[in-house]
Ligand binder design. Structure first.
Ligand code: NAD
Length: 338
């Protein structure tokens, strides 16, 4: 059993902790948490153990009726690996702590590529993670782009990809961020950081991205144009490649899915934890070919798409399972079809 600690219990930490608890080859040592809020209370009900930054935080938790099991330093000592899901300014400081105690760690996509030895997407570079001390699971948008560009490249050869990213402005529980009534060019300059970030995982694929934020909290929508190295492309051939790809789900307007709202409703109908959609969503009827270029719309559920990648990255670092075994086990435990 790989002993896993999760430091930071927000959007990503909560989901990763639950996913770790579902793995037959992993044990959740505990959670690094600063505040005894409703998220802590629910997790305490699941039997999760809490560890706090300093001993004096323990009083704040006990005043709220939530037991703690020690400090985050003690949690790290107990763990084989730490999944760091703290805000980016904290994660970078935590790296020193993990280094000092000599434990491997995963960082998340808000961190820069150079925080880690490898930027990771399971399907693209699982084998390269073995033995690495620090691995960065790339952001939701980068994960989504890598999951589709890699199989397109394997099947047809990608000459160049262009994507316009329409991004949710804030996560559903974030009441501080906006925009409220605007479309913010984020950034105004082109390319946005997403394209170069894809190239930290897939260095041979040229990707140019533009991004904006809109007033919604559920999902990003990517509009892609991918130039391929083949001329006899058809919608069916492209969709077959997506059907074969890992963690990609095809939907269609004929089936009643016309927006991100229906995608989220679909995830709830599937009975997914928190209504999460771990897969890339591709509208099969949007897939259109003009000469050597393919166009399509793709949805990315920002809160959950990186959760299977965090689980695979843990196994990849320790080399306890092959890529295929790990992806299959993670998919089974999270009810992702494969
Ligand atoms: P979040 O703000 O939801 O959660 C961070 C948690 O860490 C909060 O609960 C905060 O209280 C806690 N925290 C703060 N200081 C701490 C400390 N010293 N010790 C322990 N915990 C501490 O953030 P998030 O959205 O989960 O983002 C975490 C990382 O994941 C970022 O790099 C982000 O870019 C990345 N990411 C986020 C999303 C998303 O859609 N939210 C998607 C993919 C990747």
């Amino acid at each position: 059993m790989i002993q896993v600690a999760v430091n930071g219990f927000g959007v990503i930490g909560r989901r990763t902790a639950d996913a770790v608890a579902k793995q037959p080859d992993m044990k959740l040592v505990g959670i690094g948490k600063t505040k005894p809020d409703y998220k802590a209370r629910v997790a305490a009900g699941k039997g999760y153990k809490f560890f706090v930054p300093k001993k004096d935080h323990q009083g704040i938790f006990s005043d709220a009726g939530i037991e703690t099991s020690g400090t985050i330093d003690e949690m790290i000592e107990e763990a084989d690996i730490i999944v760091d899901a703290t805000p980016d300014n904290i994660g970078i400081l935590n790296k020193g702590l993990y280094q000092k105690i000599g434990k491997p760690a995963l960082f998340q996509g808000g961190q820069k590529h150079d925080i880690a030895d490898l930027s990771f997407v399971a399907e693209c570079n699982y084998d390269q993670a073995q033995g690495k001390r620090f691995v960065r699971v790339v952001s939701c948008n980068t994960t989504g782009l890598c999951r589709v560009l890699s199989p397109l490249d394997k099947s047809f050869g990608v000459r160049r990809a262009r994507a316009v990213l329409t991004r949710r402005a804030a996560d559903p529980d974030d009441t501080k961020s906006g925009p409220i009534d605007a479309i913010s060019l984020d950034p105004v300059t082109i390319p946005s950081h997403h394209g170069p970030d894809v190239m930290t995982v897939l260095p041979k694929i040229e990707v140019i991205t533009m991004a904006m934020k809109i007033p919604t909290t559920h999902m990003h929508l990517h509009s892609l144009i991918v130039s391929l190295n083949e001329s006899n492309l058809t919608q069916d051939r492209i969709n077959e490649t997506f059907v074969e790809a890992e963690r990609v789900r095809l939907v269609s307007s004929a089936d009643g899915v016309r927006s991100t709202a229906q995608v989220m409703d679909y995830a709830r109908e599937l009975g997914r934890d928190r209504g999460d959609m771990y897969e890339n969503i591709i509208w099969s009827d949007s897939v259109t070919v003009f000469d050597e270029e393919v166009y399509f719309f793709m949805g990315v559920h920002q809160e959950s798409i990186v959760i299977p990648e965090n689980i695979d990255a843990i196994r990849a670092i320790f080399g306890t399972s092959s890529k295929e075994e790990s992806i299959s086990l993670t998919n089974t435990t999270l009810a992702i079809p494969h």
